[in-house]
Write a protein that binds this ligand. Structure first.
Ligand code: G6P
Ligand code: MG
Length: 220
């Protein structure tokens, strides 16, 4: 039985994935590394420091910075990112999300957030969506990032639902892998090329529909 829905944030609830991309591109370019959407695709769902390390690797600069310098670079990116999301509000909720959250609530499905972003609680507040979430995972307590299933398993535990009765909703390859690793039904939002492992794929959030997902979930 479908008893809990565990959401990713960036790129699923709001289009902050685009702001992460812009902020990383600015940071990468500032240290002489080319940055494009292909590299960015690999950063979706990946923690701030891991993302920086991947960018340095792509640019052949993985040994050019000390840990302290890397902290400074990561902080720089976050400052740019925070400027980009400073005016984020209800108007930035992706189409169909509020209706989908309402459907879940009406069907007594618990709702949790499993975002790798330390900015997630602030964003959920600014989007005025806090009321929908039974639980929000504190990512600072998570030891292993996506694609490890830890964050989804933690969310399931927090809402007290067996993983097999949960669905996870993700726009990132690493995220879909984390959901599958947790033994859950994965709903992918995006393209088949990156999200082929999802159990159900929609091309955008306006297609998220409780009845369709519940039917596929039952048959699965
Ligand atoms: C999400 C995004 C990533 C981002 C990560 C950390 O998973 O998809 O692009 O790097 O969160 O976000 P933060 O806000 O903590 O830098
Ligand atoms: Mg995402």
């Amino acid at each position: 039985l479908l008893q809990a829905a565990i959401f990713d944030l960036d790129g699923v609830i709001t289009d902050t994935a685009e702001y992460h991309y812009l902020a990383w591109r600015q940071l990468a370019n500032s240290i002489g590394i080319d940055f494009d959407k292909d590299i960015n695709e690999k950063l979706k769902g990946i923690s701030r420091m891991k993302s920086l390390e991947l960018i340095l690797q792509v640019g052949g600069k993985e040994n050019s910075y000390s840990n302290e310098e890397k902290e400074v670079l990561a902080e720089e990116k976050n400052e740019v990112y925070k400027q980009l999301i400073i005016n984020i509000s209800e108007k930035d909720i992706l189409v169909g999300i509020v209706a989908f959250l309402e459907q879940l609530k009406q069907n007594n499905v618990k709702i949790a957030l499993a975002s790798a972003s330390k900015n997630a609680p602030a964003i959920i507040n600014n989007l005025k969506l806090k009321q929908y979430f039974n639980e929000i995972v504190d990512v600072t307590k998570i030891k292993r990032g996506k694609p490890d299933p830890e964050i989804f398993l933690t969310a399931a535990k927090m809402v007290n639902v067996d993983p097999q009765n949960c669905i996870g909703i993700e726009d990132a390859k690493a995220g879909v892998e984390a959901i599958k690793g947790a033994g859950m039904f994965a709903v992918g939002v995006g393209l088949k090329e990156s999200l082929g492992k999802a159990d159900l794929l929609v091309s955008n959030t306006s297609e998220l529909d409780y009845e369709e997902i519940a039917t596929k979930f039952k048959a699965y």
